[in-house]
Design a protein around this ligand. Structure first.
Ligand SMILES: [Fe+2]
Length: 229
């Protein structure tokens, strides 16, 4: 995942090529910058479930802000490190968590969505479908539990279907506050953004309607790929 989240700059790419030409087998460190990922669908492609305006603002403005904040935090840490100022480096930890988490979460989120006219919506089948039935009783029960988790988030946050590596890959439903990323023993499979910026322009205070609607544009192929990885 890190390769898609960080892209080498042109300068870094040429440095990498030059280094490769001299020592092809050597591991080369390239300082990358986080960049806004392209969407695999148009802003209007998730309508009527998520409006084009929400998608445009969410992707081009909100996600871009996390990308900028992450790059700024990384730059501050690198500068502080070069001066041996570890107090300064440590002070950036909250910003790194917030913006880094925001970038990671939204990158996963866009991949979790697809137009209803393409692969969006429906029920997961195969191993993932079976695991969901085993863990939650049925697909319908899982959706209900996920929606209840989303509704229960106070303030801003996310609900995730995750794989628990500490429990033989068992599925788990977890929530995270703000932009806290899913880390540790949990592998994020499907995330739903419960921040107001994800729905308010279209659904206003009726967030339960947004939580119901989004299932029409979930890309289960992506979730299954992450589950089977
Ligand atoms: Fe968001």
């Amino acid at each position: 995942m890190s390769t898609s989240l960080f892209r080498a700059t042109p300068v870094a790419r040429s440095a990498l090529r030059a280094a490769s030409a001299v020592k092809p087998a050597a591991a080369t460190f390239v300082r990358g910058k986080a960049t806004l990922p392209d969407l695999q669908y148009d802003y209007g492609a998730l309508e009527p479930y998520i409006s084009a305006k929400i998608m445009e603002l969410h992707h081009s403005k909100h996600h871009q802000t996390y990308v900028n904040g992450l790059n700024s935090a990384l730059t501050t840490i690198a500068e502080a490190e070069s001066k041996g100022d570890f107090t300064k480096a440590a002070s950036v930890a909250p910003a790194l968590n917030f913006h880094g988490g925001g970038h990671l979460n939204h990158t996963l989120f866009w991949e979790n969505l697809a137009p209803a006219s393409r692969e969006g919506g429906g029920n997961p089948d195969g191993a993932l479908g079976k695991a969901i039935t085993t863990e939650f009783g049925s697909f319908e029960s899982f959706v209900k539990q996920m929606n209840a988790a989303l509704a229960g988030i106070q303030g801003s946050g996310w609900a995730w279907l995750a794989k628990d590596k500490a429990a033989n890959g068992k599925l788990a439903l977890i929530t995270r506050a703000n932009q806290d990323p899913v880390t540790g023993n949990f592998v994020p499979l499907l995330g739903i953004d419960a921040w107001e910026h994800a729905y308010y322009l279209q659904y206003e205070n009726r967030k339960a309607e947004y939580f119901e609607a989004i299932w029409n544009v979930i890309n289960w192929k992506t979730v299954a790929k992450r589950f089977e990885a």
